[in-house]
Design a protein around this ligand. Structure first.
Ligand SMILES: NC(=O)c1ccc[n+]([C@@H]2O[C@H](COP(=O)([O-])OP(=O)(O)OC[C@H]3O[C@@H](n4cnc5c(N)ncnc54)[C@H](OP(=O)(O)O)[C@@H]3O)[C@@H](O)[C@H]2O)c1
Length: 293
């Protein structure tokens, strides 16, 4: 049986949909039903129900986007750093292995030779190596707090997208933004990520950090061209002249744009389709949002 924390969130709902569809025994937990931020309550539930694995899909992402984290720093710090550490303590006490939704948005750019950052590279878009957004700073801090705990996987996904139109879906965002920033990014197809993350519960590779994007990287212009070719956008996309204009006119906090290396995930026996194939697959099945089961 799997415990899913943060089941009401965007990614939590994707996990829940998959678990329901595949008949996997699970308990989808929302704070309103069980306040898992209270260590004693979470530990009691873990000891009583003895899940084989726990997924932490909770966190503070900001509304309507990460700029919202700049105004709610205490809550953001709590949900992205303190809460995962509390979950780590409870899982270690109860002997439950678990996976944490971290983020690759703790890096900026690529390695000097253009290749992706590996799990061994120190984050360069965080409180220790700024500038960064408050959101990214707290996600990097969350990783630091989990270092050394046994049996925890830190899954670094980035810029999730899927075939279901949703304001949180990267593809939907590109369709709705008035202007786009040209950048090169490694990104994560939720339909690939969710089953692959769940496979950690049975494959049980070495604990630690895993970059969890589809292999490769893609530019905003490439994705925009694919959206247009799929017939999802009839008017031309408009781009910011450069990042300086984007930062000046569109956002408050700087944004991470980066490339991640996924060799460690592959070496663990987990293979995701290359990013361009994943995008084609999502666009070929594009559909309106559907209610949570
Ligand atoms: N979406 C992205 O672009 C992205 C990219 C990389 C990584 N991630 C990470 O993936 C995780 C889930 O992201 P998401 O996009 O699904 O976020 P979301 O839609 O905002 O959902 C987050 C969930 O976290 C739970 N939560 C627990 N404590 C909270 C608090 N103090 N404030 C707000 N929410 C709290 C809530 O679930 P319940 O009320 O149901 O318990 C909430 O629905 C986060 O850790 C995020 O950093 C997201």
């Amino acid at each position: 049986m799997i415990f899913l924390l943060g089941a009401g969130g965007y990614i939590g709902r994707a996990f829940q949909r998959h678990l329901v569809r595949h008949g996997v025994a699970h308990r989808a937990i929302r704070r309103t039903e069980l306040d898992y931020s209270e260590p004693s309550r979470l530990l009691a539930a873990l000891r009583a129900e003895r899940p084989a694995f726990l997924i932490n899909a909770s966190g503070y992402t900001g509304k309507p986007n990460v700029d919202g984290c700049e105004d709610h720093r205490a809550e953001c710090l709590f949900a992205n750093a303190v809460l995962p550490a509390r979950i780590a303590e409870a899982c270690a006490s109860a002997g439950v292995p678990w996976g944490h939704l971290s983020s690759g948005c703790i890096y900026q750019g690529a390695r000097p030779d253009g290749s992706g950052f590996t799990e061994l590279d120190a984050p360069n878009f965080c409180f220790r190596a700024g500038p960064c957004s408050f959101y990214s700073g707290t996600k990097a801090l969350g990783e630091e707090l989990l270092a050394g705990y046994p049996d925890v996987y830190l899954w670094r996904l980035r810029i999730p997208f899927d075939h279901v139109d949703n304001p949180r879906n990267y593809l939907s965002k590109l369709l709705r933004y008035a202007r786009l920033l040209e950048a090169r990014n490694s990104i994560t197809h939720l339909a690939d990520f969710v089953p692959a993350a769940l496979s950690f519960a049975t494959l049980r590779p070495a604990p630690g950090i895993y970059n969890f994007t589809n292999p490769g990287a893609v530019t905003t212009r490439e994705v925009a061209a694919m959206l247009a070719a799929a017939g999802l956008r009839r008017t031309p996309f408009v781009f910011f002249a450069d990042e300086a204009e984007f930062l000046r006119e569109a956002v408050r906090a700087p944004r991470s744009n980066c490339v991640l290396d996924t060799a460690k995930l592959l070496a663990a026996g987990i293979s995701l389709p290359p990013i361009h194939d994943a995008l084609r697959s999502a666009l070929a099945r594009w559909e309106p949002d559907s209610p949570t089961p």
